[in-house]
Write a protein of this length. Structure first.
Length: 130
């Protein structure tokens, strides 16, 4: 977590300097506010990762003298392929179209969202494809 925190803190401080220079020389408010948002996107998770890395046991990636064997082990479980993320995306498209073109696509979007929710729940309970 230390390396990740250092990278994010560097990004935050870099854009803080860029934002101050931009604000002084341009006098524009919109770009300065956007750069402030970029600073916060670097500093907030970076400071949290730094705070967390000081309280947890160091990972093998954080130690300079670590060996490959120390990092070996279970990588993790990966989900199987599923159709439900596509259905969630389609429901978001239809709900977005309802905001643009009218409410006649809203029932289709909500029906697809409900179908995706039910499908994900059944798939997670049973395991495998539904």
């Amino acid at each position: 977590m230390k390396v990740e925190s250092y990278v994010l803190l560097f990004i935050g401080f870099f854009f803080a300097v860029c934002g101050v220079v931009y604000w002084i020389f341009s006098g524009e408010q919109a770009g300065s506010i956007m750069l402030l948002g970029t600073v916060l996107l670097g500093l907030l998770p970076g400071s949290y990762y730094y705070w967390w890395s000081r309280r947890m046991k160091p990972r093998p990636e954080d130690e300079d003298d670590a060996t490959i064997e120390e990092g070996a082990g279970v990588i993790g479980a990966f989900p199987s392929s599923s159709i439900w993320p596509l259905v969630v995306g389609l429901s978001a498209v239809f709900i977005g179209l309802a905001l643009v073109f009218g409410s006649w696509t809203l029932p289709v979007g909500f029906a697809l969202a409900l179908a995706a929710l039910v499908g994900v729940i059944y798939e997670s309970r049973r395991g495998g494809l539904v």
